[in-house]
Structure formats: C-alpha cells, structure tokens
Design a protein. Structure first.
Length: 257
C-alpha cells in the first residue's frame, strides 16, 4: 500500500512574472506523498512555468516552494535534483554523443560517492559503486521497455523511444518526486496507451510521487488520482478527475463562456 502520509510538495502563493506578463499568479498546490497527479489547462496557462519553478529553472518573484518541508525556493536545478526531484521536458533533451546506456548512466553516476582521486586509483570502492550503477542502468532501461537498445544513439531511436529514454534518465537519479512535462506529446494512440501503462508501472514499482502535465485528457483522466487546473497563471480547480470535469470554471476555461 502506498504511503500517502503528509505532503511532499508545498507551493504557497507562488507568482512568476516575465516583464509585464504574469505567467503564474498566486498559485497554491499541496501534493501528497505517493500520489499520481496532474496539472492541466489550456495552452499558456502557466503549467510548464510551474514545473520550471519547482525544478529551479526559475525563482518565483513571490511565494515559497517547499519539498519535504525544506524550502527550495531559489535553489539551483542540480541542488533540487540531489534533494530528490527529477523531471523530463516538453521538448526532449538528451545527451548528444552518448548512447542510450550512457545517457542513463550519466544521471545514475551523479550520485556516486567517490572522489576523483579514488577513481584514478581504481580503489575497490569505486569498482563496487560502478557495478551498482551498471545494474541500476539496466534496471531502469528495462522498466521503460528499452532493454536491447543500450548501444543505440538516441537520435536513431523512434520518437516514442526517445520519450522513454528521457523518463529512464530521470528515474536514474532516484527521485522521490518525478515531474513529467507532456510525456505523451507527439505520440500516436498506441504509444500513448503504452506510456500510460509504463507510468502506472513506475508509480507502483518504485512507490514514488508523480506529477505530470498533459494535454491528452483521456490519459490524464485514466491514470491521475488528483488534478490541478490552471488558467491564465492561476489554479482555478483542484480535485479528483470526475469532480474537475464537472467544475463550471474548468468548463469555461476549456470551452469558453
């Protein structure tokens, strides 16, 4: 049974402006540990900006973000990753010049606890940790269905497989909170269905909290336990998928007056 004790992510009255444009406007989110949840809303609603704030790409001009009751407002993306938040991007960002295996190994190796000198000397500790990393890389590739693609260059993968690789790389940093920014973008219906099963499996197998942004409503309504709806930078609704679908403000945001 999943542990949903407590709130893993607090977004408190967060605002982000770009010049005169308010991208996020006084937003509040309370994400419970163990949830598989989503943020939805029309284009330009502020969803990806919210992810950029949580992951440290931007610093809010107002408000506070806390992860596991620790303030992360203003921390760098690498600091936030080490604290236990990992993400994918709307536009796939893979390491060029590295094959599938090494893309995931780069993320897993960032947690290796040995010095440069220890690596140069080839101490037993280093070899032990390297074996552990290799085992983890194979595990995450298998988890997303990429076993057998280890030596393939990412640019030679079909688009749907590139999406899987980005998820595997995000998982390799062993996050407690995984942020997925439009993971189904550009996928065909069969690939979307497969991705849904992968996300469900990751959620169950790793027992981690997942927050995703997605425009595929069938996917969101099928796999998410809780939703936040954003429009013009503000959170206009929160609840389970069924209640959110019936919310008058949500219908107005999507369908107009």
């Amino acid at each position: 049974m999943k542990n949903e004790q407590g709130t893993i992510l607090h977004v408190d009255n967060v605002t982000m402006r770009f010049g005169g444009v308010v991208a996020v406007n006084g937003a509040n989110i309370r994400l419970r540990r163990g949830r598989l949840a989503g943020i939805i809303g029309p284009n330009g609603a502020g969803k990806t900006t919210m992810f950029n704030l949580i992951s440290g790409v931007y610093t809010p001009v107002e408000g506070e973000i806390r992860f596991k009751d620790q303030a992360i407002t203003g921390k760098s993306p690498d600091e936030i990753t080490h604290l236990g938040i990992s993400r994918t991007f709307q536009n796939i960002r893979l390491f060029e010049g590295l094959n599938v295996y090494d893309n995931v190994k780069m993320a897993a190796s960032c947690r290796s606890e040995y010095s440069f000198l220890e690596a140069i000397l080839g101490l037993p500790k280093v070899w032990k940790l390297e074996r552990e990393v290799a085992s983890e890389v194979e595990y995450y590739l298998d988890l997303v269905g990429l076993s057998g693609y280890e030596k393939v260059w990412p640019e030679n993968l079909a688009y749907g497989l590139q999406r899987k690789l980005e998820i595997a790389r995000a998982l390799a940093s062993k996050p407690e909170l995984l942020l997925l920014d439009e993971p189904a973008a550009g996928l065909n219906p069969t690939e979307v269905q497969e991705l849904m099963e992968i996300i469900r499996h990751i959620h169950k197998e790793l027992d981690i909290t997942i927050l995703l942004i997605e425009h595929h409503m069938d996917m969101v309504m099928s796999i998410c336990e809780e939703l936040w709806v954003m429009n013009f930078g503000a959170v206009i609704a929160n609840g389970d998928p069924e209640s959110v679908q019936q919310d008058p403000e949500v219908l107005k945001a999507y369908l107009g007056s």
